[in-house]
Design a protein around this ligand. Structure first.
Ligand code: 5RP
Length: 218
């Protein structure tokens, strides 16, 4: 199985968590693109979706799936999204696609977070993948200096503007021992919109595509 086939297999498995007549929270990325294609096969059985990015909204709408404004939705049963890294506690690093803030917002509303990934994303210790941070543009240098004080090596992601009009700083070499504390400490820096550590709200279920088949970890 190729990595893409593993992503696709995990994405289609996630359909088992979708209840009839519900609105589905949809993340962003190449694995989620497979999930959106999978969702299209049951589009007449769901009410629609809430999307975490302009990119996913476009793909959902191209399939004829209605995309709702999160503000008009009370409760979301399920949110399905990928990850850049995930550990055995289902804590994740996300934001490789720069959609972390909207992903965090939709995930916060959902009762269940289903993470879909190929098995290269499963790690013992988070942090090899640089931690993405969404930052208000005028705070870029200040935030970078504060991140150095936390022990990281910040790098401005050139040429990327988020759907919210902000920039991304990727932080290398962070020692992520207490992920919840680090998530809160980074969020406390003035000018940070959000960071890609999903520790306070991790996943509830991990669907992992591997060469030997699908693993579901809860
Ligand atoms: C986007 C994300 C994605 O979920 C993450 O980057 C994984 O993407 P892919 O499925 O393409 O590997 O957090 O902001």
């Amino acid at each position: 199985m190729t990595q893409d086939e593993m992503k696709k297999a995990a994405a289609y498995k996630a359909l088992e968590f979708i209840k009839e007549g519900t609105i589905v929270g949809v993340g962003t990325g190449s694995t989620v693109n497979y999930f959106i294609d999978a969702l299209a096969t049951i589009k007449d059985d769901i009410e629609g979706a809430v999307s975490s990015s302009d990119e996913s909204t476009k793909r959902l709408e191209a399939h004829g799936i209605e995309v709702f404004d999160l503000n008009n939705i009370g409760v979301l049963d399920v949110y399905v999204d990928g990850a850049d890294e995930v550990n055995e506690y289902l804590t994740m690093i996300k934001g490789g696609g720069a959609a972390l803030t909207r992903e965090k917002i939709v995930a916060a509303v959902a009762n269940q977070f289903i993470c879909i990934a190929d098995d290269s994303k499963l790690v013992d210790i988070l942090g090899t993948f640089p931690l993405p941070i969404e930052v208000i543009p005028m705070a870029r240098s200040y935030v970078a200096r504060q991140l150095v004080k936390l022990g990281g090596d910040p790098e401005y992601r050139q040429g990327v503007i988020t759907d919210n009009g902000n920039i991304i700083i990727d932080v290398h070499n962070l020692k992520i021992i207490d992920a919840k504390k680090l998530e809160a400490d980074i969020n406390a820096i003035v000018g940070v919109v959000s960071n890609g550590l999903f520790a306070a709200r991790g996943a509830d279920v991990l669907i992992l595509g591997s060469a030997s088949g699908i693993k579901v970890i809860k």
